[in-house]
Ligand binder design. Structure first.
Ligand code: PEP
Ligand code: MN
Length: 336
């Protein structure tokens, strides 16, 4: 719309879009209002729309994932801010904590240590996605309570996975950021429900997804009014069995600059699930930051040999401290 387009002009365009059976997405910037059209664009006569009052120009955006593009969002970079911590700026943000919340004591202990090591946010799974029904499934709501309590005590925003649509409301009550795990990247209903609760979404790449599919599914979050998205590369592998036997997944470092060129959302990397091996977490973290990642999400346990899940890939707190020192140094070079 033109900078001085009236509300009536904007409303008329919104009505026209609805009348075509499409969905308008209105973003009111300081200088200008931009109206996106969600749905089958072939129904739109762009010439007619161009001549409506207040319209400055119309443009067809071709990318299959247009709602995720810089062009559509009219932003070069989106900064996601949670309780004073910002992801997407120049400094590297560290999210650390155990794979699973195992007890209040375990989380309080580890939380204190990751904070002392320099982490900004606390992670901990409470609804765990597990391959086997025999594996530890997480503490559920009890775990969420521990997470919220420890986060408040340490003044750290907390991140945890929401595994199904039915858990969204509950998880959003306790968590500051809702994580969508790799297995759920394709779960439209979950993406829509999670987007609607309004808190930021840490949206992991599907383990066997192409970048274009990943961004395409991300559109369900934007289309439901949520632009607080943190993208996360966590390693890829074919469905049905790993291609590579020496690592749990294959970390796609090139996804970082590729995503950065296409979308304004911050991009973080999970070197823990990408590799599955503690000794690979440091080198892959350094590589991720060198490639431009805005943050890292890292599993940490003070007694990894006793961890109820993912002990083999969990760093000890002192290893996290060293990792943060080295990645910060690399981060400064990477952003020159
Ligand atoms: C996790 O971060 O706890 C997790 C299960 O990760 P992913 O979905 O990437 O496997
Ligand atoms: Mn894990």
């Amino acid at each position: 719309m033109r900078p001085r387009a009236s509300n009536a002009d904007v409303n008329a365009v919104v009505r026209r879009i609805r009348a075509l059976g499409l969905r308008p997405d209105v973003s009111r910037g300081e200088a200008q209002t931009v109206i996106g059209i969600i749905g089958d664009e072939s129904r739109v006569n762009f010439d007619q729309m161009n001549s409506m009052a207040g319209v400055e120009s119309t443009r067809r955006i071709q990318a299959p994932y247009k709602l995720m593009t810089k062009e559509y969002l009219q932003e070069e970079r989106i900064i996601v801010t949670v309780n004073g911590e910002a992801i997407g700026r120049d400094g590297v943000v560290y999210i650390a904590g155990p794979c699973s919340v195992e007890s209040y004591d375990q989380l309080a202990r580890i939380g204190e240590q990751v904070k002392a090591a320099g982490a900004h946010m606390l992670r901990g799974g409470t609804f765990k996605p597990r391959t086997s029904v025999h594996s530890f499934q997480g503490l559920g709501e009890e775990g969420l309570k521990h997470l919220q309590r420890v986060g408040q005590q340490l003044q750290m925003p907390v991140v945890t996975e929401v595994r199904s649509e039915s858990q969204v409301e509950l998880v959003a009550e306790y968590a500051d950021i809702l994580q969508i795990g790799t297995r759920n990247m394709y779960n439209q209903d979950l993406l829509e429900a999670a987007a609607k609760q309004g808190k930021p979404i840490l949206f992991k790449r599907g383990q066997a997804s192409q970048i274009s599919e990943y961004l395409s599914f991300g559109q369900y979050i934007v289309a439901n009014g949520n632009r607080q998205i943190i993208l996360c590369e966590r390693g890829i592998t074919p469905l049905g069995g790993a291609f590579e036997q020496d690592t749990r997944n294959t970390l796609d470092i090139s996804a970082i600059p590729v995503l950065m060129s296409k979308t304004p959302f911050p991009i973080i990397v999970d070197p823990s699930h990408a590799t599955g091996r503690r000794e690979l977490v440091l080198p892959m973290s350094m590589a991720a930051v060198a490639a431009g990642a805005h943050g890292l999400i890292i599993e940490v346990h003070d007694r990894p040999e006793e961890a109820l899940s993912d002990g083999a890939q969990s760093l000890k707190p002192d290893q996290l401290k060293e990792l943060i020192r080295r990645c910060n140094a690399i981060g400064e070079l990477a952003r020159d």
